[in-house]
Design a protein around this ligand. Structure first.
Ligand code: LLP
Length: 421
């Protein structure tokens, strides 16, 4: 459920008309709903009620500080994967003790920044990384809290580019070697081993892969405890999928996911962390674009819109489907017609949808890409020297630009010309 609904024939974000925002900020832009963000966070928080837990929002999904602060004020922690994300979370007001640091390639510099300013834990992904965290901690005279990410060799049954839990993926240490690696970690004086971390992939649409992974984590917890490790925290990663279409086969709900966690791990008495990103932000954001031209091709019509692959790369990169709707609600019984919906970038990959049924549209009409809140704005680029597009946050009947559109001068003046030119 989200808060983007038609009212009196026009698409609204909560109580604000999308067309009104478009008139104020220009297109294209992203718009997020506070109520939807909070609702999705609350679903996870409620799903784990009764267990000691922290929902650490995977901020890679949508990292604007206004979004982070909205969630942090509701009690969320953050999952970060770079120094930039760490600093952004801190700038948004998230305390270090609610930030977990994930990622396969944390550098010594990143580790130092987090250890200096406060961190809940590092999710360690390899033995060399473990040694670097130990060395930096000793140098700073602190002890670094860590979990070790295990790779359970489970098929997440998702797109190959976002599956992370098979042994051929670059993530974590093989679960078969956990015993040995935990023993090594325990012997390093700069580390305090507090738990286990696992994350098997993103946009999972079934619970079974989670069940398989979490059962392995339960077994490993008992084994490591019997080997003398004080395993007291389990970070279970993110990955629960969202409905990208309004069909009936929606992915499992957070409450079902929470029940699975309790059933498979509840008996261990560990503190539970989860790192959902997409489910919190995905359906809380739209990309709004304007039709530049309607072009008749051979046997097909193109809608050339002012958003492009640099603004939303998911269709080009993962063949991802986003529902696309007209901002002006089609009257009941309106005849639909198929369009190829494309951006202005000079490559054929800049195609959002092929033969998508839409009401008849004309130049100047607004369209909305649904489910664009996660991995939308954060993955955008300035390819073709197209400015990064604004982000707007709606809260009830108010809206605010939370990232303005840069001017061309700001973009162009970032380049510096060497003196020999
Ligand atoms: N934790 C870790 C360690 C992760 O690597 C990820 C996502 C998450 C949590 C959050 O997963 P989520 O709940 O959002 O599924 N750009 C891709 C998705 C990449 C996901 C990367 N890792 C896309 O647009 O589909």
């Amino acid at each position: 459920m989200d808060h983007f609904l038609y009212r009196d024939g026009a698409l609204f974000a909560e109580d604000v008309s999308v067309a009104e925002i478009a008139a104020a900020v220009g297109t294209p832009f992203y718009v997020y709903s506070t109520a939807t963000l909070l609702r999705h966070f609350q679903l996870f928080d409620d799903a784990l009620a009764g267990t000691d837990h922290l929902v650490c929002y995977a901020m890679k999904a949508a990292s604007n500080q206004a979004i982070l602060r909205t969630l942090a004020q509701a009690g969320a922690g953050m999952d970060v994967v770079s120094e930039g994300e760490y600093r952004r979370a801190r700038a948004a007001g998230v305390p270090g003790e609610k930030i977990v640091f994930s990622g396969v390639g944390k550098t010594a510099r990143e580790i130092r920044a987090a250890l200096t300013d406060g961190i809940r834990q590092f999710n360690v992904e390899s033995e060399p990384e473990m040694d670097v965290i130990n060395a930096v901690a000793l140098d700073l005279g602190v002890v670094a809290p860590i979990t070790i990410r295990v790779n359970p060799d489970v098929d997440a049954k998702t797109h190959a580019k976002i599956a992370t839990g098979k042994s051929e993926n670059k993530f974590g240490i093989p679960i078969s070697r956990a015993s040995e690696v935990y023993a090594r970690a325990a012997a390093l004086p700069g580390l305090e081993v507090i738990g286990i971390d696992v994350h098997i992939g993103s946009q999972l649409t079934e619970l079974e892969p989670f069940r398989l992974a979490y059962e392995k984590v339960a077994e490993l917890t008992e084994q490591l405890r019997s080997e003398g490790h004080n395993i007291r925290r389990l970070d279970l990663g993110g990955g629960l999928g969202i409905p990208y279409t309004r069909s009936n086969d929606a992915p499992p709900l957070p409450v079902e996911y929470g029940q699975l966690i309790k059933d498979s791990l509840g008996h261990l008495g560990c503190e539970i962390e989860i790192e959902p990103g997409r489910l919190i932000a995905g359906n809380a954001g739209l990309l709004i674009s304007d039709v530049i031209y309607v072009k008749s091709g051979e046997g097909r019509d193109f809608l050339i819109v002012d958003a492009a692959m640099n603004d939303l790369i998911r269709p080009a990169m993962y063949e991802a489907h986003h529902d696309i709707v007209a901002v002006k609600e089609p009257a009941p019984g309106t005849e639909m017609q198929p369009y190829d919906i494309v951006g202005p970038v000079c490559e054929s990959g800049d195609t959002f949808a092929k033969q998508r049924n839409m009401p008849r549209l004309k130049s100047g009409d607004l369209i909305a890409f649904r489910s664009a809140g996660a991995y939308g704005a954060v993955m955008s680029s300035e390819y073709n020297t197209r400015p990064l597009i604004p982000e707007v946050l709606v809260n009830g009947d108010q809206f605010a630009v939370i990232r303005p559109r840069p001017t061309f001068d700001e973009i162009i003046n970032r380049d510096t010309i060497p003196e020999w030119l």
